[in-house]
Design a protein around this ligand. Sequence first.
Ligand SMILES: Cc1cc2nc3c(=O)[nH]c(=O)nc-3n(C[C@H](O)[C@H](O)[C@H](O)COP(=O)(O)OP(=O)(O)OC[C@H]3O[C@@H](n4cnc5c(N)ncnc54)[C@H](O)[C@@H]3O)c2cc1C
Length: 373
Amino acid sequence: MFAGAVLSQADCIIVGSGIAGLATALRLRQSGLDVLLVERGAVGKEASWAGGGIVCPLYGWRYPEPVMRLAARGMRTYPAFIESLSELSDIDPEFHPSGMLILDPFEQGEQPTELLDWAKRQNQTAEISSAAEHFPHLDDRMALWLPDVHNTRNPRLLQALNQAATRMGVRIVEQTAVQQILTEHERVVGIETTSGTMHAPRVLVAAGAWSGLLTPGLSPASVFPVRGQMLRFDHSPANGLPTILMEDGVYLIPRRDGSVVVGSTVEHAGFDKHTTEEAIRHLHAKAIALWPNLAHAPISHQWSGLRPGTTDELPYLGAHPEISGLFVSTGFYRNGLAMGPAVAEIMANLILSRPIDLDLTDYRLNRPTTYGD
Ligand SMILES: Cc1cc2nc3c(=O)[nH]c(=O)nc-3n(C[C@H](O)[C@H](O)[C@H](O)COP(=O)(O)OP(=O)(O)OC[C@H]3O[C@@H](n4cnc5c(N)ncnc54)[C@H](O)[C@@H]3O)c2cc1C
């Protein structure tokens, strides 16, 4: 924590310490900017902590193409991102190639060639096979096998990012809510917070599901919370799940220590982060049906998080169309962990006025959804 006058000025202020905020802060600091990151609660404890850490969209072929474009870029960027993080932090994000088996991939009328073509476009290895080849108890159900899919233990990833950013000199202020973006003559000049005014010529809003409450032109109808509930079976050698296994939107993720994370629900419940007995019972029953080894494993944790949803499922990424110096990086919905490193690179270059090699038109703030309503 930093106090007093030191806080009042920076080259760039970032609002929010999820993966979008922290990873961009680190990049900007590595390019020499004095970065102040302001977080309402504790660092990295919202959606980026709550998520499953699968570094690939679920049923990726069902998303609009611009979502997959960013996610695929994220997936390509991950190994180098994890490698560079390991030089700056001694916390292991447990990034590992678990692969992912998706049961009944054709349930919405897809054709096998469609899925294989989709995988080819992403440069991803994919096989259509019988689930029994991987899990004999699942009989001869059809499955899509994606052997290259990785998962990361995202709470540790956020801790590693926090440590790396702090060591590099990003100034992080916790327990401080940003109340307003300050502008003068259509140019950003800083922020008003619960700890006073802070000044910077550049401000990035990366406030997750709360971004619509803060960003001029966006609104709670543009970016909104979508609750996801999760549970975790603790480490047990008997758990032994070899790969991510998914059926009908419920996924089981093997962590490297033998624990299994199960998710998730998709609920529109406002900013309410309670878990419900009904959802946990549903996830528990599905998990045991899919992987009976978990039948006697105790649930060690249950939690929920708020994904930053948007009406068209696309993120909002880029420079603000009306306020110079203001940037936005939000709306990552179900894929923010997968997209994170790629988005950080793009946003850092944009903020630094460096060339970027991605057309951001599809992600612009003032696209015809709910901007300025
Ligand atoms: C249950 C669940 C499972 C998921 N699984 C996956 C997955 O397997 N793979 C994947 O890629 N993605 C997954 N996601 C999605 C992913 O977690 C999100 O898209 C991503 O974490 C969003 O990151 P973010 O930085 O935008 O938001 P967040 O991580 O929510 O960070 C935003 C931060 O901004 C802070 N903030 C908000 N308002 C203010 C303010 N006024 N002042 C200061 N600070 C403020 C918040 O406190 C928060 O810390 C999952 C999400 C959930 C909930």
